[in-house]
Design a protein around this ligand. Structure first.
Ligand code: FAD
Length: 376
C-alpha cells in the first residue's frame, strides 16, 4: 500500500464518512476512506432528512441532486386508533438510504476521492496511528476518523471508556413497497407506532416501531417475514397498504443507543455519527447528526491542520450539548408515540390537535444551521 502518513483515514463509507471525505477533498486535505462492505446495501430502509441535514447537503452541493431523486411530502398526517388527529405541513426530504449514499459516493468520486471497499479495520495502534485490516495489511496515517457506525470496532479497540451500546427497549420493522402515497403518515398506537412516507415516485417506506422488553441482541439487523410484521401491527393500519402483502423484503432492527456520551475523541482518533452517539430514530436525526458532525470536524481539521488536537477539543465543544439534547428529545418522542394509558393518549391527542406542540418540539432540532457556526 502507498504511504498514507500524511492522510486522514476515514473508517466507514456511511453517511458521516462520505460527507467528511467530500469536505476534506474540497479543502484539499489528503484523505482516504476504508469500507468493510464490498458495495452499498439497501435493507428496506427509507430515510427522512430534515432541514438541519439538508443544509449540510446544500453546502456539499448535493442538495439539488438528492432532492430530485427523492420526495418532498407536503403534509405529515397523524392518526391515533386510525382516526386522523392532526395535519401539519412537512418540511423534510424523504428518500432511500441508498439514494443518499449514492449521491454522497458519486460526489466523493467526482472530487477524485480515494476509497477502498472490502477493507475491514480489525486493529488500531493509536500511539503510532497504525491501522490493520482483516487481510493483515497495515498502514500508518496522520489521523483517524472513526465513522464505522453503531458497533464501532474502532472505538471498542481504542477507547478505555468504551461503552457497549445498549438495547433501547424498541425494535423496528422496515420495508419498502409500491405505493403512490404522497404524504407522511404517523399511526400512533399502544406500545407501537408506524410511519410511512414516499421514497420516490412509486414506492413508500414503512417503519413500524415496537416497544418490547425482550432484548433483540442476537442480530442488530435481520431479514424477517411479512407475516411476522403483519402479526404485530393492527390490520386496520396495514389495510391502507395492500401491496405490502407481496413481500418486497422485510427487515427487523433492534434499536441500540449509547447513554451518557462523554467524549467524541481519543488521542489521534475522532468519533462521528453512530460510532460516537447512536440514538433512537423517533425524530429522524441519526443521519442528520452524522452530517452535522462531518461538517464541523471537516472544517476544524482544515482550520487547525497544524494542531489536530485543538480541532478535536473544539469539535467536542461544538457538538456534545446538541448531541445530548437530541438524544433525550428522541427518547421522549418515543414515549409520547407509544403511550398505552387511555388517559395519557387522550391528553396527548388533545394537545396535538389543538396546539402547535409537534412543530414546537421539532423547531429547535430542525432550525439549527451548522453551516452558520461562528467558531468554524
Ligand atoms: C430504523 C431506523 C430508522 C432511521 N431513520 C432515520 C431517518 O429517517 N433520518 C435520519 O436522519 N436518521 C435515521 N436513522 C439513523 C441513521 O440511519 C444513522 O444514524 C446513520 O446512518 C449513521 O451514519 P454513520 O455514518 O454514523 O454510520 P453508518 O451509515 O452506519 O455507516 C457506517 C459504515 O461503516 C462501515 N464499517 C463498520 N465497521 C467497519 C470496519 N471495522 N472497517 C471498515 N468499515 C466499517 C459499515 O459497513 C458502514 O458502511 C435511522 C436508523 C434506524 C435504525
Amino acid at each position: 500500500m502507498k504511504d498514507y502518513t500524511n492522510f486522514i483515514a476515514i473508517i466507514g463509507a456511511g453517511i458521516s464518512g462520505l460527507a467528511l471525505g467530500i469536505i476534506l477533498q474540497k479543502k484539499q486535505i489528503p484523505c482516504v476512506i476504508f469500507e468493510k462492505s464490498q458495495k452499498i446495501g439497501e435493507h428496506g430502509a427509507g430515510i427522512s432528512i430534515s432541514q438541519n441535514g439538508l443544509k449540510v447537503l446544500k453546502n456539499l452541493d448535493l442538495h439539488n441532486e438528492f432532492n430530485l431523486q427523492s420526495r418532498q411530502p407536503h403534509n405529515a398526517i397523524f392518526f391515533s386508533s386510525n382516526k386522523k388527529i392532526k395535519k401539519i405541513s412537512a418540511n423534510v426530504t424523504t428518500s432511500t438510504r441508498r439514494t443518499l449514499f449514492k449521491s454522497l459516493l458519486d460526489k466523493y468520486h467526482n472530487l477524485d476521492g480515494e476509497i477502498h471497499f472490502g477493507n475491514e479495520v480489525v486493529d488500531i495502534e493509536i500511539e503510532n496511528q497504525t491501522i490493520t485490516f482483516k487481510d493483515g495489511k497495515s498502514i500508518s496515517v496522520k489521523h483517524i476518523a472513526a465513522c464505522d457506525g453503531i458497533k464501532s470496532s474502532c472505538q471498542e479497540i481504542v477507547s478505555s471508556k468504551f461503552n457497549e451500546p445498549k438495547y433501547s427497549g424498541y425494535y423496528v420493522w422496515r420495508t419498502i413497497f409500491p405505493s403512490k402515497q404522497t404524504n407522511i403518515h404517523f399511526h400512533l398506537g399502544s406500545n407501537f407506532h408506524v410511519v410511512t412516507y414516499p421514497v420516490d415516485k412509486k414506492r413508500v417506506s414503512l417503519v413500524a416501531s415496537i416497544k418490547s422488553r425482550n432484548k433483540q441482541s442476537e442480530s442488530w439487523k435481520q431479514e424477517g417475514s411479512i407475516q411476522n410484521l403483519l402479526s404485530e401491527i393492527p390490520q386496520s393500519i396495514t389495510d391502507n397498504y395492500p401491496s405490502i402483502h407481496n413481500n418486497y423484503g422485510v427487515y427487523k432492527w433492534g434499536i441500540f443507543l449509547r447513554p451518557n456520551v462523554k467524549t467524541l475523541f481519543d488521542k489521534n482518533i475522532s468519533y462521528l455519527g453512530d460510532a460516537a452517539h447512536p440514538i433512537v430514530p423517533f425524530l429522524g436525526q441519526g443521519a442528520c447528526l452524522a452530517l452535522e458532525d462531518a461538517f464541523i470536524l471537516g472544517n476544524l481539521l482544515d482550520k487547525h491542520k497544524n494542531d489536530l488536537s485543538l480541532a478535536q477539543i473544539k469539535y467536542k465543544k461544538l457538538r456534545i450539548k446538541r448531541i445530548r439534547s437530541i438524544y433525550k428529545k428522541s427518547l421522549n418522542q418515543g414515549k409520547l408515540n407509544h403511550f398505552s394509558n387511555p388517559f395519557f393518549v387522550f391528553l396527548r391527542n388533545l394537545l396535538m390537535k389543538y396546539t402547535n406542540i409537534i412543530s414546537i418540539r421539532t423547531r429547535s432540532v430542525w432550525s439549527y444551521d451548522v453551516t452558520e457556526e461562528k467558531d468554524l
